[in-house]
Design a protein around this ligand. Sequence first.
Ligand code: ADP
Length: 287
Amino acid sequence: TVYNLGSINIDNVYRVPHLPGPGETLASSDVTKGLGGKGANMSVAVQRAGSPCVHIGSVGEDGDWALDRLRASGVDTDHVHISQPTGHAIINVDDAGENAIVLYPGANRHVSMGSVQAALAEAKPGELFVTQNETNGQVEAAQLAKSKGLKVIYAAAPFSAEAVEAILPVTDMLVLNEVEAQQLTEALGKSLTELGLKDVIVTLGAKGCRWISGTESREFPAQKVTPVDTTGAGDTFTGYLIAGLDQGMSVDAAIELAGKAGAVMVTRLGAADVIPTKAEVDTAFPA
Ligand code: ADP
């Protein structure tokens, strides 16, 4: 089982002729509603990769739609509690594909430690705990998970130097993209190999990823695809990576699988709703 303390967002995407300026009222020709948030994306990815996922988080009274979407993928939402209005994004996309986004974190910043404790009360040593930087309570939750013998995976997104520094002492595996890796090495003034972590995975978009384990570093090329929308590629990659580990794969086998899932994801428009299943990944890239 994978335990994920993470954000749950509703993404409202509005198509507009141009991005609205100050004082302007603009009619939108089309709106779509999707499940998003790095946390929800990862839970759906873990579950579609074939591993059970317990999501720990918070939504508002308006959150039933999002919870239904998570449950439809099989995610356990028993430890998602009601607090403030559900986190959501208002995403304007113009005819040229340019976007402007308002993000309201809402309930995501009001996760209770009680929910974390209740979820982890059922956890067994050797199981996996993952979190990102879109909720509150990551450090305390990671410390609790670590004390119970779980393996802690931290996806350092959105990047915050203080957040990484605080959680690093209890982190077993760090997953970050190329930009975040650069921000981290600049903020800490040391290289990724000097962090003293057993596993650091840096995703490099169309260039694949790099796995740094101790003083060793290994590159994995990406699958060749024509990208349509890179939203959620990193979350899909991380969710599949974790599911692979949960299923007993070696780190390199889990990275291979994650790279294939990330590649399928960039060929699809949308976030959590379009994360591929394991069967779809296997069909796209047979072993
Ligand atoms: P993020 O979305 O967090 O910035 P990346 O863009 O690095 O993350 O993508 C995560 C992973 O998804 C990559 O390591 C790669 O395996 C896969 N991926 C992303 N973009 C592409 C692409 N254009 N072609 C093939 N694989 C891709």
